[in-house]
Design a protein around this ligand. Structure first.
Ligand SMILES: [Zn+2]
Length: 385
């Protein structure tokens, strides 16, 4: 067996029982697992003092002290999937079994993208998720630096920090058994890893200050659970409740937000040909659209899509936005005009409209509100603890 292994230039590693590495990463309630990107089966990573480790293995990790370029690829052998690791272009490959490969080191990078000091590779069928393992407070700094212009008032940043921390904590509980808790995109909260050296930048300093001055503070719903504190860019004048956008969601009360139309990009217009609409909605025999409103709610609740064969289907507004593109159909507060060959959508605001409105919170902060006032305004039924 040894001979065969040597001939194949492999070091085989066997999985036996759970180790501290696994329990530390999966049980530590202060560590957030964030999916940073998904790549095909081959990853090139660089950094210093790299350590590679199976998560569920008592095996001594592979440690490389000097500056390193490493290549990790998925390898299928006899129906089993392995991680094959090649360091600095050497011929020998180290093989690891297990769903996850833990990589630790300083200055980790994939291409130009800076990564946290600890990442987990998680293999899907043919692709690999790169998951950052990050202390919650550091994660909130990275969300703040991505979600909000840091020149905005400090109290506005503090309110955003509490909302982002609460959202993350609620989602971590919901998805505790999953490989990762959060997407680093608008599907959850936009996140980028902030390097220690960036902390000399006055704006990043301000983000760190906003997180430190609210350290550990979260919003709680009436049911005593941490509130999944949704937020959005611009409510267009009125926020809405989670139930109006998604099937589930805790009601936090709604806010009328007269400060929002100050946003120069509050009004928007989108024109799409009927052909293009049919393609994006995946309705080949697309005929027409109709808006469905709930009571006096200004937001569209659903869109009725009529097909040439006489079949109609109702698409919930949020799903309709996703199909057309969240960046293009900027909110569900819109009107519709049929122009024969095309439809014109004219609307206000940007985002789903639930919870904290970033543009409104900027205006409240400028007018002297503190972060507690801002949170009370957007989450009137929640308590801050
Ligand atoms: Zn607003």
């Amino acid at each position: 067996m040894k001979l065969i292994c040597a001939a194949m230039c492999f070091i085989l590693v066997y999985v036996s029982f759970l180790t501290e590495a696994h329990s530390a990463i999966f049980k530590d309630s202060d560590l957030v697992r964030v999916r940073l990107k998904t790549l095909d089966g081959r990853i090139e990573i660089s950094g210093q003092s790299l350590r590679f480790q199976n998560l569920e293995n008592p095996f001594r990790p592979v440690a490389i002290p000097e500056n390193t370029k490493a290549e990790v690829r998925l390898l299928e052998k006899s129906g089993k999937v392995f991680w094959a690791l090649r360091v600095n272009g050497r011929e020998q490959e180290h093989l690891f079994t297990n769903q996850f490969l833990l990589i630790q080191g300083e200055g980790l990078r994939i291409g130009a993208q800076a990564l946290p000091e600890r990442i987990l590779l998680n293999h899907q069928k043919k692709s690999v998720d790169v998951v950052g393992v990050i202390p919650l407070e550091d994660y909130v700094v990275g969300v703040l630096a991505s979600e909000m212009p840091l020149a905005w008032p400090l109290e506005t940043l503090k309110a955003q920090a509490v909302a982002a921390r609460s959202y993350a904590r609620a989602v971590m509980e919901e998805r505790k058994d999953k490989a990762y808790h959060l997407e680093s995109s608008i599907m959850d909260q936009v996140f980028r890893h902030v390097l220690h050296e960036d902390e000399n930048d006055p704006l990043i300093k301000k983000a760190v200050q906003a997180v430190r001055e609210t350290q550990g503070q979260k919003l709680f719903a009436a049911n005593h659970k941490v509130l999944k504190a949704f937020f959005h860019s611009d409510c267009g004048g009125t926020t809405t409740t989670a139930k109006n956008v998604w099937k589930s969601g805790v009601n936090t009360g709604t806010a009328i937000d007269s400060s929002c139309p100050l946003n120069p990009r509050a009004q928007w217009k989108l024109t799409l040909s009927k052909e293009e609409l049919g393609r994006r909605l995946r309705v080949p025999n697309f005929l027409s659209l109709d808006l469905v409103h709930l009571g006096k709610e200004r937001r569209v609740q659903a869109v009725r899509v009529a097909q040439a064969d006489g079949i109609n289907k109702n698409i919930p507004a949020n799903e309709f936005r996703q199909l057309l593109g969240f960046q293009e159909l900027r909110s569900s507060m819109f009107t519709l005009k049929d122009q024969g060959h095309s439809f014109v959508f004219e609307g206000q605001g940007y985002g789903h409209g639930v919870g904290l409105c970033q543009w409104g919170s900027r205006s409240l902060g400028k007018n002297g509100a503190n972060y507690k006032n801002i949170l009370k305004h957007y989450y009137p039924l929640a308590r801050l603890k």
